[in-house]
Design a protein around this ligand. Structure first.
Ligand SMILES: Cc1cc2nc3c(=O)[nH]c(=O)nc-3n(C[C@H](O)[C@H](O)[C@H](O)COP(=O)(O)O)c2cc1C
Length: 194
């Protein structure tokens, strides 16, 4: 019986979180509309049998990339436990309800920041950003900050997950799990040369 790689991921993620800071930081690689790759860090905000969730601005460069090519690759490196995990899959938007529920848990400053930032578009000056933050603060003073319509989450539905384990003798272990059927098929497992 093959272990479920998402369960394996969750167990390793718990180990990595206990072993050091920022285990939730992951590189998100996308393909821009012109077919070129781009990568940046985002934070993992949820993982379950459906996939890996992160949140962002829907007007950002990564959002344009995902609109053109709804596929992504994620990469974690957890130095304290000597592990790398690579994830590849199709990407879908989370539901409005799911995004609302997560947005409501964010610190107020982050909620205000989401309203103030036209992420990835040119900014004339730092003062413009500071002013937009002040405007958003004033707009929502005395009440809850709703989720901006231009801010939500994406779920990477994995079709492949690879675990790399560091070996002191350089005989690193690479274990790759892959499945067909758009994230719904049976997982297959193979070892790869390091
Ligand atoms: C550790 C770390 C975590 C980050 N987490 C997020 C995140 O969860 N969501 C996000 O939109 N940007 C996050 N950022 C900022 C992104 O790396 C990036 O600068 C921003 O999203 C704009 O990317 P884009 O122009 O490719 O869309 C994070 C940056 C770092 C260094």
């Amino acid at each position: 019986m093959i272990p479920d790689p998402i369960e394996t991921f969750s167990a390793l993620y718990a180990q990595a979180s206990a072993a050091g800071p920022e285990a939730d930081a992951m590189v998100l690689a996308t393909v821009d509309p012109d077919g070129r790759p781009s990568a940046r860090y985002v934070l993992l905000k949820g993982v379950d049998a459906r996939g890996f969730v992160f949140y962002t601005n829907l007007g950002s460069r990564k959002a344009s990339a995902l609109a053109a090519h709804p596929y992504a690759s994620l990469c974690f490196y957890w130095s304290p436990i000597g592990r790398q995990v690579r994830v590849e899959g199709s990407v879908e938007r989370v539901s409005g309800e799911e995004a609302d529920a997560y947005f409501a848990t964010r610190p107020r400053a982050s909620q205000i920041g989401a309203w103030a930032s036209a992420q990835s578009t040119p900014l004339e000056s730092r003062e413009t950003l500071v002013q937009r933050v002040a405007e958003a603060r004033e707009r929502f003073e005395g009440g809850d900050v709703p989720r901006p319509p231009f801010w939500s989450g994406y779920r990477v539905v994995p079709s492949a997950i690879e675990f790399w384990t560091s070996d002191p003798a350089r005989l690193h272990v690479r274990e790759r799990f892959a499945r067909e059927g758009g994230g719904r098929g049976e997982w297959r497992r193979e070892l790869l040369f390091p």
